[in-house]
Design a protein around this ligand. Structure first.
Ligand code: ADP
Ligand code: ZN
Length: 221
C-alpha cells in the first residue's frame, strides 16, 4: 500500500431514498474493511426498536417521511465522528448531511474529502421502492417490476409460497414525501460541496456493475 492509500478516507454518500447508498457502502467496505459506516437512518431505526427517548422523538418524523430535527441528528453524528477508531480508519457517512445546516455543522466537526452524488432518475427509485418485497420465510429480496421469482408465487431460494406485500415503511405517500424532502434540499448541498471541490457523481443505475478499479477511482485509491 502506498503512503497515499493509508490516509483514512472520509466519504459522504448522497442520493435519494432507494438510490443504493447501502449497496455502494458494502462495495467500498470490501476494499476498505476497517472504514466506519455511519448511517443516520440505521441509527434512528435502532433507537426506535429499543424505544429510547431519541427513538420515540424521531418516530413522528420518520413515519411521515420528514427530517428528524437537526439538533438530534447532528449530535448523534458528532458523537460517533469523535470516536478514536473513526479518526484512525475514516468513515462513510450515509444519509447525512441531508440539508445545508447539517452540511455546515459537519464541516465544523470534520472535513470530508470525498462527496459522492448517486445520480438516479426519480421515477426509477420510486418504482424500486414501491416494488420491493421479500420472502417472509427466508428474506430473499424481490421486486414486482424488475425481479420476480422464476415461478410465480414460489420463492427461488426456499420454495415457500410468496406474494407481493409492501413493507410498512415503503408506503407510496411516505416515499413521495421523502423524495420531495430530498429534492428540496439537494441543490444547496450540491453547490456547497461543489464549491468545496470534493463533489463527484456516480451513476446509481449501475452500482452493482462497478468494477473494483472503478470503485477505487471513485474513492481516490
Ligand atoms: P431513505 O434514504 O430511504 O429515506 P433512511 O434510512 O436514510 O432512508 O432514513 C429514514 C428516515 O430517517 C428519514 O426519512 C428521516 O426521517 C430520518 N433521517 C435519516 N437521516 C436523517 C438526517 N440526516 N436528518 C434528518 N432525518 C434523518
Ligand atoms: Zn424464501
Amino acid at each position: 500500500m502506498t503512503e497515499k492509500n493509508s490516509i483514512p478516507k472520509k466519504i459522504i454518500l448522497f442520493g435519494p431514498p432507494g438510490s443504493g447508498k447501502g449497496t455502494l457502502t458494502e462495495l467500498i467496505k470490501k476494499i476498505l474493511p476497517e472504514i466506519f459506516h455511519i448511517s443516520t437512518g440505521d441509527i434512528l431505526r435502532e433507537n426506535l426498536s429499543r424505544n429510547t427517548p431519541l427513538g420515540l422523538n424521531a418516530k413522528v418524523y420518520m413515519d411521515k417521511g420528514e427530517l428528524v430535527p437537526d439538533e438530534i441528528v447532528i449530535n448523534m453524528v458528532k458523537e460517533r465522528l469523535e470516536r478514536e477508531d473513526v479518526k484512525d480508519n475514516g468513515y462513510i457517512l450515509d444519509g447525512f448531511p441531508r440539508n445545508i445546516e447539517q452540511a455546515r455543522a459537519l464541516t465544523e466537526i470534520t472535513r470530508a474529502d470525498i462527496f459522492i452524488h448517486m445520480v438516479i432518475d426519480k421515477d426509477i427509485v420510486i418504482k424500486r421502492i414501491l416494488g420491493r418485497y421479500s420472502c417472509p420465510h427466508c428474506g430473499k429480496i424481490y421486486n414486482k417490476y424488475s425481479l420476480n421469482p422464476k415461478y410465480e408465487g414460489i420463492c427461488d431460494d426456499c420454495g415457500s409460497e410468496i406474494e407481493f406485500k409492501q413493507r410498512s415503511d415503503d408506503k407510496e405517500e411516505t416515499i413521495l414525501n421523502r423524495m420531495d424532502v430530498f429534492e428540496q434540499n439537494a441543490k444547496p448541498i450540491l453547490e456547497y460541496y461543489s464549491t468545496m471541490g470534493i463533489l463527484r457523481k456516480s451513476d446509481a443505475t449501475r452500482t452493482l456493475e462497478l468494477t473494483r478499479e472503478e470503485i477505487e477511482g471513485l474513492i481516490d485509491l
